[in-house]
Design a protein around this ligand. Structure first.
Ligand code: IMP
Ligand code: MG
Length: 174
């Protein structure tokens, strides 16, 4: 089966959007330090680009989760594969994710992080597929809302490939 990727958001569009998000976040966190938490692996490309556009002091940490259940459907029960290195207690935490789909992973993760008593906890996602939502999640910053299509690039994978594409593409098979 041949795979085709067609561009949904070009490199220039993604870069311009992330620049604007960085400016907005810098304004809203003026006078504070932001503790960015990247959800691996998908969030890594977005977090690096976003962090470069933030002008207030930033610290970084990484977390890796996997959801129990079939490969195609997240169950809502999330296993922590790699936990944070540092405590988030008292910090202004901004979680950085690649995409919110059903919302199961993030609603679980945000609740778990809230229990660790950060000073504040917000969520930033590059992509959102609102039509797919099963569990509601409060998203504070969204790059793009997209239709219900399987996308790759900018950290997002299909079978662990395509993460390195500098744009967001829709994958199709024929
Ligand atoms: P959910 O919101 O719990 O359903 O799961 C979100 C996770 O599913 C994301 O962090 C991605 O890893 C993955 N995912 C959802 N939609 C896509 C897509 O279109 N392309 C690649 N990965 C996706
Ligand atoms: Mg992910």
């Amino acid at each position: 089966m041949a795979e085709h990727v067609s561009i949904l958001k070009s490199e220039a569009e993604v870069d311009a959007r992330i620049k604007l998000m960085g400016e907005q976040i810098s304004r809203e966190y003026a006078g504070k330090q932001i503790h960015l938490i990247c959800v691996l692996k998908g969030g890594s490309f977005f977090m690096c680009e976003l962090a470069k556009r933030i002008t207030v002091p930033v610290s970084l940490d990484f977390m890796s989760v996997s959801s129990y259940g079939s490969d195609t459907k997240s169950s809502g029960v999330v296993k922590i594969v790699k936990d944070l290195d540092e405590s988030i207690q008292g910090k202004d935490v901004l979680v950085v994710e690649d995409i919110i789909d059903s919302g199961r992973t993030l609603s679980y993760l945000m609740e778990m992080l809230r229990d660790r008593k950060p000073a504040s906890l917000k969520l930033c996602t590059l992509l959102d597929k609102p039509s797919r939502r099963v569990v509601s999640v409060d998203v504070d910053y969204t790059g793009f809302q997209i239709p219900d299509e399987f996308v790759v690039g900018y950290g997002l994978d299909y079978d662990q490939r395509y993460r390195n594409l500098p744009y967001i593409g829709v994958i199709s098979f024929d």
